[in-house]
Design a binder for this molecule. Structure first.
Ligand code: 1GP
Length: 238
């Protein structure tokens, strides 16, 4: 069993910021994976997240095996549903979509996933997942059939994060959605990070290095970059 969560806590206590590159298996060409992974390895990324709201290909195991041949970063599953579990990864964000009121994403998928996860060595990291309104309908909103939280209602977002923490989640993930027009408001990151003890992940719609820096300065412990890296593997060099 890995110690990924312990390392995230340690980084938080030392104020070392973390960065995850999100890979969507549907958008990966296995023939070019070695090049992609060596670029990730040379980037400031500290973690690789793998997943998507709806993954249709079944290259997950093979993808992870190939990444591991070229890279030592921890690989964490970020699944949209229980079909996206692979025991080749190191850990899984065991997500509960606590901003929504759809029981499938609050508990049903988790009930289906639990017996599968019991048979793996994956480190399970329970995560309160909070979707924030971003100016466009994102895949998470469409697939989960839940409404994101109002981006101006900081108190509701904070109470949701605190409830997630009190329920025993180990992380809170503030999500604007992949390809979001607007990232999570910095004021919201600030307010939530100030009012919870557990590490705060932020992602969705962050498209440049300044956006990452701003999220860190507002209190994010780990930033997730997906789309911007997909379009430009040299993202971190620019
Ligand atoms: C999505 O937060 C991640 O779940 C990343 O979003 O693709 O917009 O970077 P982007």
């Amino acid at each position: 069993m890995t110690n990924i969560y312990k390392d995230i806590l340690k980084a938080k206590s030392e104020n070392t910021k973390l960065l995850a590159v999100l890979l969507d298996p549907d958008k990966i060409d296995l023939h070019t994976i070695a090049v992609l992974v060596s670029k990730i390895h040379q980037s400031p990324a500290t973690h690789i997240f793998i997943g998507g709201s709806q993954v249709t290909t079944n290259i997950l195991d093979e993808l992870i095996i190939q990444i591991k041949q070229n890279c030592t970063l921890p690989i964490i599953l970020f699944p949209g549903n229980p079909s996206q579990i692979s025991d080749k990864a190191d850990a899984i964000l065991f997500l509960s979509l606590i901003s929504g009121r759809n029981p499938d994403f609050l508990i049903e998928h988790q009930v289906k996933a639990a017996p599968i996860l019991k048979k793996t060595q994956l480190e399970i990291i329970s995560t309160g997942y909070i979707l924030i309104e971003s100016g466009n309908e994102t895949a998470v909103e469409r697939v989960s059939k839940t409404k994101p939280l109002d981006r101006n209602n900081l108190d509701l977002a904070m109470a949701t994060a605190q409830a997630g923490e009190m329920l025993g989640n180990k992380l809170i993930y503030l999500e604007a959605g992949s390809g979001a027009k607007q990232a999570v408001p910095l004021e919201m990151i600030k307010k939530i990070s100030y009012n919870i003890e557990i590490p705060l992940l932020v992602g969705g719609g962050i498209v440049d290095l300044q956006g990452i820096e701003n999220a860190y300065n507002a209190g994010a412990d780990l930033v997730v970059i997906g789309t911007a890296y997909e379009y430009n593997n040299n993202f971190f060099k620019e």
